[in-house]
Design a binder for this molecule. Structure first.
Ligand code: PLP
Length: 413
């Protein structure tokens, strides 16, 4: 009976049994610790994983909703936010908050911009947000919930088409968006040019640095020439940056930043009253996981600037190796990636067929549909396995080519 029903078991079991059962369940999961997963996971090695886990466990019951009860968590959040503001060149007076993830950060930025526009621009009708076609669907979700139209403008050479975006602005435009980088191609949009548009047309510019906010600053420190993408660009009002991506924090940790405290004030939700009075929270969340805040703080202090520089160097080294390797194999890299994501396609052999071959060899990665391409989001660990990936890719390419009936069956086959 117990195994056919999903009900709570009548009797509890010892932790050792529970743990064994959970480990057995995980046996079917991707083997990400081997470095064969290029999606969902940011593998900075076993030491960082241990710090995440220990810090999370120390504060797993504590609640960031109560800063007066847990000044420890309030302090950790303040310090994490301050570190992020500094990394992203915020001016004095910049402000921000921790959230549960990138989608949450983007929601909060949109909500803040909307309430700011209502108060300062007298915008009250149906609003719109102008984005490149490559922005994360979190913007569409925010639009659905807040009844804001999201206008996706086709990219040009895989980057935001600033002229076309400006042409789409009208009197009801709340915000324009650029990514640093976008998830599909890993490319940094022309944020400086978007900043000029934002200032000229008096619209809010949000930079979605969810997957780059804690990577790009260190890649730059390591010597790469990256275009300005953060608060150094005058028109940027807000930035989202995920700690649980290249910040190597436990899942459930992101940051959203604003150029000034004045803008940040529009983010708070003042709700109620109910029998306890009013409920004022900095983000949508009520209960906020102490573990996620603590793990982010702990990893940041465990790595420090030099630790992050070293980890991020491994990411870009892995990307450079893979970029050179796939080009040698006849793939075409989409755009000119500079961070941890790379997408590449093949003009003779269907990338989906290659993908299937790679999956059978144990690689779990993403694909793009438009254009059809293979996609990798690289971690420090990938620097150790880049050569294995390329060797498997060479074999997969040969097999996929044969399966397609020779050399040039193309996508239509
Ligand atoms: C991951 C990502 C998001 C969404 O973040 P979640 O933490 O998955 O909600 C938004 N934008 C970009 C560019 C991302 O890579």
């Amino acid at each position: 009976m117990a195994d056919s029903s999903n009900a709570l078991p009548e009797h509890g079991a010892p932790w050792t049994d529970i743990e064994a059962r959970m480990r057995a369940m995980a046996a079917g999961d991707v083997k990400w610790r081997d470095g064969r997963t290029g999606l969902y996971i940011f593998n900075a090695g076993p030491e960082v994983e241990q710090v995440q886990k220990s810090a999370y466990a120390l504060f797993s019951a504590e609640n960031g909703l109560g800063p007066a009860a847990f000044p420890s968590l309030a302090r950790m959040e303040r310090e994490v936010v301050a570190a992020g503001l500094k990394l992203l060149n915020a001016p004095p007076g910049g402000a921000g908050s921790m959230t549960s993830g990138g989608t949450d950060s983007i929601f909060m930025a949109v909500k803040t911009a909307r309430d700011h526009a209502r108060a300062t621009r007298g915008l009250h009708g149906k609003l719109n947000i102008i984005t490149p076609s490559t922005v994360h669907p979190a913007f569409d979700k925010a639009g659905m919930v807040m009844d804001i139209e999201i206008r996706r403008i086709p990219v040009r050479d895989f980057l935001a088409d600033v002229g076309a975006m400006e042409a789409a602005i009208d009197a009801d435009t709340l915000m324009i968006v650029g990514s640093a980088p976008c998830f599909p191609f890993g490319l940094i949009d022309p944020i400086e040019a978007l900043g000029e548009v934002a200032l000229r047309r008096n619209v809010w510019l949000h930079v979605d640095a969810c997957v780059g906010g804690y990577l790009a600053p260190f890649v730059r420190m390591n010597g790469a020439e990256l275009p300005p993408f953060d608060f150094a660009v005058a028109g940027v009002s807000s930035i989202s940056g995920d700690l649980h991506k290249y910040g190597y924090a436990s899942k459930g940790a992101s940051t959203v930043f604003f150029r000034s405290q004045k803008l940040h004030e529009f983010m708070a939700l003042d709700a109620g009253p109910w029998p306890l009075g009013r409920m004022i929270t900095p983000t949508l969340a009520g209960t906020r996981p102490g573990g996620a805040i603590a793990a982010a703080w702990a990893v940041m202090n465990f790595l420090g600037v030099d630790g992050y520089c070293a980890k991020q160097r491994q990411v870009t080294d892995a990307r450079e190796k893979i970029e050179a390797g796939v080009k040698k194999l006849g793939f075409r890299v989409l755009g000119r990636p500079q961070l941890g994501i790379i997408a590449f396609t093949h003009d003779q052999i269907d990338p989906m067929k290659i993908y299937v071959q790679m999956y059978q060899r144990g690689w779990f990665t993403a694909t793009l549909l438009d254009p059809p391409a293979l996609h990798l989001m690289l971690s420090p660990k990938h620097n150790e396995v880049a050569h294995e990936y390329l060797a498997d890719l060479e074999a997969a390419l040969a097999n996929a080519g044969e399966g397609a009936g020779g050399k040039a069956a193309g996508y239509a086959s």
